[in-house]
Write a protein that binds this ligand. Structure first.
Ligand SMILES: C[S@@+](CC[C@H](N)C(=O)[O-])C[C@H]1O[C@@H](n2cnc3c(N)ncnc32)[C@H](O)[C@@H]1O
Length: 419
């Protein structure tokens, strides 16, 4: 494809993505479905350029104020993630000079908001919580691409065996530092071509998500509920921890998400999972299970701000108002799900948000309103689940994972035992 034709496509994709009315990954997928003829390298350049603009939107929009031509073209030139020589083939002399000048600017003297690239309502509480040094480390880490983590399905293979099979296929994978089930891959190999993947030996899952499932410590023969199961990332991990015995209910209000669990369940070999769409957390079916369940995971709907490395558009699509609405949902779901537990049962509340408001604030309010639930320090629960260096993952008794400290998505979890 001629360089200018690819840049025009990048402008078209940027126009769509920057409307911010639909998740960026859906916009990118729809764009590639429309332009079927694009090769692997062209897709990579277009998608990564769009993601770079989303990650650094304030900075790039500021820099794009100079120069000439359509704004999307200037943003594309500034954020280009394809071959640099290929890009130069598309530029006229004026554009080349402009790009060189802008790239040579010293960005360290720019205003903070142009360096952290976060909206103020998000930057401020993070700065308050983390302090200057860690705040800037976090801001930098959010602009990096997340590694590809796999969870080995121990019903089918041991971690070392899966690692060896991957190596034989030319894919280098190293054990994850904390999860005993994880492998980390650099780059994005096509896993769907591997027998190991198609036979359910591995699943793509961030190490942080693996740790959340481990916190529940689900055991053989138990009655377990994954209350917000979605497409089943954690359900599959819980089912394997239960060694395909007992009963694992996978509830969600979204039938669409539960449907996406089906092929994954089929690959996993699990037959102890019972997916069910629920209307809400107070419905009759839930009430009938009250007091009967050994372990409940509430992987609550949240702002997703811990996943900014993968979903940088979220920082522009979320708002303080949306967080307030989510808090009400989180509180109601946690209280509803807690009713299911029998005495001695374990409850885990988790989010992939970085904000205290969706995490500690919800957990502390729940603890205060439910004295029969005793908080369990997350490091103890993790150690019992054979997680190494568990102390490094916990703040004030809660699991707190940060991209800049743990190379995982940002996660929170609180654990209680019902007395
Ligand atoms: C963070 S996602 C779950 C991700 C999933 N556990 C995984 O590991 O892939 C939160 C889920 O909560 C679901 N949800 C929203 N409101 C709910 C409710 N009242 N009861 C149960 N699930 C709900 C959403 O549909 C969404 O799938």
């Amino acid at each position: 494809m001629h360089p200018n034709a690819l840049i025009d496509m990048s402008c078209e994709l940027l126009r769509a993505v920057l409307q911010l009315d639909t998740p960026a990954d859906s916009v990118v997928s729809a764009f590639f479905r429309k332009h079927k003829g694009l090769g692997q390298r062209e897709r990579h350049a277009l998608a990564e350029t769009a993601y770079t603009v989303l990650r650094q939107r304030p900075l790039l929009q500021h820099l794009a104020q100079s120069g000439s031509g359509p704004t999307e073209r200037r943003l594309t030139l500034l954020a280009w993630q394809g071959n640099a020589a290929f890009l130069r083939g598309a530029l006229n002399q004026t554009e080349l000079q402009w790009l060189e000048q802008v790239q040579a600017l010293d960005k360290s003297s720019l205003a903070p908001k142009l360096r952290h690239n976060l909206p103020e309502w998000l930057a401020q509480p993070l700065l308050e919580r983390l302090g200057e040094e860690q705040f800037w480390q976090l801001a930098a880490s959010m602009n990096e691409q997340a590694p590809l983590d796999l969870r080995v399905n121990t019903l089918k293979a041991k971690r070392e065996e899966a690692q060896a099979v991957l190596a034989a296929a030319g894919i280098e994978a190293e054990p994850t530092p904390f999860s005993p089930l994880g492998l980390r891959i650099h780059g994005k190999p096509a896993l769907s071509k591997l027998d190991l993947f198609n036979s359910g030996g591995i699943e793509v899952q961030d190490e942080g998500s693996q740790l959340l499932a481990l916190l529940l410590d689900a055991k053989r023969g138990e009655m377990v509920v994954d209350f917000c199961a979605g497409a089943g990332g954690k359900t599959l991990a819980l089912g394997a921890a239960m060694r395909n015995t007992g009963r694992l209910y996978a509830f969600d209000t979204s039938g669409h998400r539960l449907a996406a669990m089906k092929p994954r369940l089929a690959r996993s070999g699990l037959s102890n999972v019972y997916p069910a769409q629920i209307a809400h957390e107070r419905e009759e079916r839930i009430k009938r299970l009250a007091g009967k369940i050994d372990r409940v995971l509430v992987d609550a709907p949240c702002s997703g701000l811990g996943t900014l490395r993968r979903n940088p558009d979220l920082k522009w699509r979320q708002s303080l108002f949306a967080i307030k609405e989510l808090q009400a949902k989180q509180t109601a779901i946690l209280a509803g799900a807690a009713r299911l537990l029998k005495p001695g049962g374990r409850l885990v509340y988790a989010t992939c948000s970085l904000l205290n408001d969706e995490n500690e604030v919800i957990a502390e309010a729940f603890g205060a309103a439910h004295p029969q639930f005793k908080a369990l320090p997350a490091n103890e629960a993790l150690e019992r689940a054979h997680v190494e260096h568990a102390d490094r993952l916990v703040e004030n008794g809660y699991l707190r994972l940060w991209p800049h400290l743990h190379q995982t998505d940002g996660f929170f979890a609180a654990v209680w035992e019902k007395q």
